[in-house]
Structure formats: structure tokens, C-alpha cells
Write a protein that binds this ligand. Structure first.
Ligand code: ZN
Length: 465
């Protein structure tokens, strides 16, 4: 029998909200066995039941582990893996009966991709010195030479970090839109403290006409402008509130969500600030030294604030791939493929962070091309590519969608609620039966063991054995 502690209940509720179905009593009672041997090895200190494991991991349990172990564990989204296993058990239990569930993503797409750019600076400044020294130290003379070339270009009027038009052009050609998180840094700079230099180039005025015009162009053409909380804002609510107010004033609209600069997070305090400021989502939870699933999931989720004893009203969209981290691997493309394949397997969201500055091909050769290649790859794999706000809004909409299912002899009647709203549903079969949609819906994808339909009202499906 499963104990009713806060983590088990949260884990159960998390599963229920994600799959919109509650596991049967048999599955819950056997949930200790579902925690398979590989999970037991990964989490030696969680030995109770699978829902407790999910609940704990989605509340930050892994943060207690040392860096190497965390990086090793986060290669696989094992929360997604465990939940898929539970859902497969539900399908198995249903036997002959077809099961109707809510699609994770719209339009019959198998997984989602969220494209993001953190805008830390709009002008290159101190980096001429730090980058050049770094390349000299590594004896990378070509990169050092490119720094000099870039400086000459800048003196000739071409700002190396102003890459916005190139990104917009590229994304227009690819037919995708992304989220730009804008920083408004106010941290002090001390000439004698090297660590504070990084704030210098980042102290640009977001209200400057050129930048304000850029933000308006982005938002009016369908890109999203989000808040990139400044270096110390993760522990300073007033600072963050002020930055949010300025950004909303510049774009003359609401900001939907945020990512903290440097991925700084005080968990859960920073998220409480985000919730308090009415932000819809956060996408800070990731690594900047490796790729992977920091809390074992590629799905958006509401973190549990165990001290407050409730879920936060803030959707976390985990970050999976960051450019600098990806390029620290010997074979970046192979690493990307591993992550993309895992997200596709479990149907989650692949969140990519590609800094706008790396679209400067002279200083970051092939980084922009790699971005293009990643987007093309995901489009070919039939992913839904969206901004963070679109992902968050879809997830909220999906939460509100409900279904009533009636099983007749060889027919299923599905009544989605609210009526008149668009719903994407998956009908699963485990016994090879053919599904024939008789009325009320359009088939958007037909797979081996499931049919995905789009509907706004009552649907009649015939099951042919
Ligand atoms: Zn940043």
C-alpha cells in the first residue's frame, strides 16, 4: 500500500494531470515494483514507490547530488520514462478496449521544440580582451585572428553582436518563431575586479530608441520578447519587478515569462518571485555546462514548493540544450541527436538556447549553421516548433480540456468539453484493431497503435477487429 506523503500525492497528481487519467488501484498498489532496477540504481536513496520517486525528483531531489552524478543521471529523462511505463500498463490493463487520451501537442505532432535566444548584450565590449586572451592561452591562433578581424569590422561600422536581422531572416526562411529574453543589467562594475567586468557590456539601455524599435518589430511580427532577469535579480524581488515593469513599458504589452541570466536560481524562492509577479512560465531549469534533463523531465510542469505545501502557479519549461554546453562536447551534433531522440521518444519539449551573439559566423564559426541544421532536423521529424509563450498557453488550454467517453458495442462516443473549443485526442489500441472515425472529427495522424483526431464536438469512432 502506498503511503500518502506529500511527494507521493504530488507524483500521482503529476501523472494524472499529464495523462489525464488516474492509474488503477492495482497499478498504484504495485507501484513499488514499477520502480525498475535501473531507476533504483540511479536513485539509491529513493526506494519506496514510483510516484514518490516522481514527486521527489520534480521537487528538486537531484540538487542534493554532487555535480558529476547529476550530470550522469540527467542524460535520460527518467521521470518521462517511468510515466510512459505507467501509461503503457494502463493500456495493457484495458485489454480489448480502446483508450482515449489528450495529445501532448497540437496538430498530431509527436513532440515540441521551443527555440530561445538570451540577449545578454547588444554591443561587444570587454570581450575583445577576454576572448583574445582565452584563445591565445589555448594557442588557437585562428580564433585570435578572427577577434582582430571582428574588431576591424566593428571599427568599420559592423557591430558583431547585433545579429537580430540575420536571426529573423533565418527563422522567416525556416518558417519558425522563437523567444528572445532581454537582459536589463544594473549590477555594479569594478575595474579592479575581473569578475564584475561581465556586467559592463551588459549594461545597455533597453529603452534606447534602436533597441525599443527592435523589440516592437519582434513582437509585432510574432516573435516573443521575454524577461532575462539580471545577474542578482534571482534573489531580489524588487529588482526583478522593476526590470519587468520597464520591459512591459517598452513593448507596450504583457510579458509572458522569463529565464534568469546565467541560469541563476534559488529554488524555490526565485520561482516564488516569478509567481508573485504574475509571470506565466519560467525556463531557467537546465545546465550551462552540459546538455540534459536537470530534473529528469522534458515536459512542462508546476514545481512543488514543499515548504508552502502546494504547487507553484508557474509553469516550468525545462531547458535541454544550451549552445556553449553543446559545443563543449567533442561531437556536438551527436550530442544534440541523442537529446532530440530522447525528447521525441517520450513526446516532451526540446528547449534550445542559442545566444544571439553566436550567429556571428566570424567569431563562432558554424554555430549559426548548427542552429539551422537543428531546426531543419526537428521540422523533418515533424515537431511542433513554438515560442515559450505558445508552449505555455497550449499547456494551459490542454489542462482545461476534458472528455467523457462512452463505450457501446463496437463504437466509442467521445464528448470533449468545453464544446466548440479545439481538442486534439489520441485513441490508442493495443490489439491491432482498426479505428474508423465515423463522424465529428478529422484524423490528423495515423500511427501503428494510435489515431490522433482533431475535433470541436462529439465524435463517433468505430472499432473494427
Ligand atoms: Zn544571459
Amino acid at each position: 500500500m502506498v503511503k500518502n506523503d506529500i511527494y507521493t500525492l504530488y507524483g500521482l497528481k503529476h501523472f494524472e494531470d499529464k495523462y489525464k487519467t488516474l492509474p488503477s488501484r492495482t497499478i498504484i498498489d504495485n507501484s513499488i515494483n514499477i520502480l525498475n532496477s535501473s531507476l533504483r540504481q540511479i536513485l539509491p536513496d529513493i526506494q519506496s514507490n514510483v510516484f514518490d520517486c516522481i514527486g521527489r525528483v520534480l521537487s528538486g531531489h537531484l540538487e542534493k547530488y554532487d555535480k558529476d552524478l547529476r550530470e550522469k543521471i540527467s542524460r535520460e529523462p527518467f521521470v518521462d520514462m517511468a510515466e510512459q511505463q505507467i501509461f503503457n500498463l494502463i493500456l495493457h490493463e484495458s485489454g480489448e478496449r480502446a483508450i482515449v487520451s489528450h495529445s501532448f501537442w497540437p496538430y498530431g505532432k509527436k513532440f515540441a521544440v521551443c527555440l530561445t535566444h538570451d540577449v545578454d548584450e547588444v554591443k561587444k565590449t570587454y570581450q575583445y580582451l577576454t576572448f583574445s586572451l582565452r584563445y591565445l592561452k589555448r594557442r588557437n591562433l585562428k580564433a585570435f585572428r578572427n577577434q582582430i578581424l571582428s574588431l576591424f569590422k566593428k571599427l568599420g561600422g559592423k557591430e558583431p553582436f547585433w545579429t537580430f536581422e540575420e536571426i529573423m531572416k533565418l527563422e522567416r526562411e525556416l518558417g519558425v518563431k522563437s523567444t528572445f529574453f532581454f537582459l536589463n543589467e544594473t549590477a555594479e562594475v569594478n575595474l579592479f575586479d575581473l569578475k564584475t567586468w561581465r556586467h559592463y557590456g551588459r549594461r545597455f539601455d533597453i529603452r534606447h530608441e534602436k533597441i525599443a524599435n527592435l523589440l516592437k518589430t519582434l513582437t509585432s511580427e510574432g516573435w516573443e520578447v521575454g524577461l532575462h532577469g539580471s545577474f542578482f535579480s534571482f534573489r531580489d524581488l524588487d529588482k526583478l519587478a522593476n526590470e519587468l515593469a520597464i520591459l512591459e513599458e517598452v513593448i507596450d504589452g504583457k510579458v509572458c515569462g522569463t529565464r534568469q541570466h546565467n541560469l541563476n536560481l534559488n529554488i524555490p524562492e526565485t520561482w516564488r518571485y516569478h509567481e508573485k509577479l504574475g509571470l506565466f512560465y519560467d525556463t531557467t531549469l537546465g545546465f550551462n555546462n552540459c546538455v540534459g534533463f536537470r530534473w529528469g523531465t522534458s515536459f512542462p510542469f508546476y514545481p512543488l514548493d514543499s515548504k508552502l505545501g502546494r504547487k507553484l502557479n508557474l509553469l516550468e519549461i525545462p531547458l535541454v540544450v544550451e549552445d556553449i554546453a553543446l559545443f563543449s562536447y567533442e561531437k556536438p551534433w551527436q550530442e544534440f541527436l541523442k537529446m532530440a531522440e530522447r525528447v521525441e521518444r517520450y513526446g516532451g519539449v526540446l528547449t534550445i538556447l542559442w545566444h544571439h551573439s553566436v550567429f556571428n559566423d566570424l567569431e563562432f564559426p558554424r554555430w549559426g549553421d548548427t542552429y539551422k541544421k537543428m531546426v531543419r532536423y526537428c521540422l523533418n521529424r515533424d515537431a511542433w516548433i513554438a515560442t515559450c509563450c505558445e508552449i505555455a498557453k497550449w499547456w494551459k488550454k490542454r489542462e482545461k480540456s476534458k472528455i467523457e467517453v462512452k463505450y457501446l458495442d463496437s463504437e466509442i462516443l467521445i464528448q470533449p468539453l468545453p464544446k466548440g473549443e479545439p481538442h486534439f485526442l489520441d485513441i490508442h489500441t493495443t490489439n491491432g484493431a482498426e479505428l474508423e472515425v465515423k463522424s465529428g472529427a478529422e484524423v490528423v495522424r495515423r500511427g501503428e497503435d494510435r489515431v490522433t483526431i482533431f475535433t470541436t464536438g462529439e465524435v463517433k469512432v468505430r472499432v473494427v477487429f
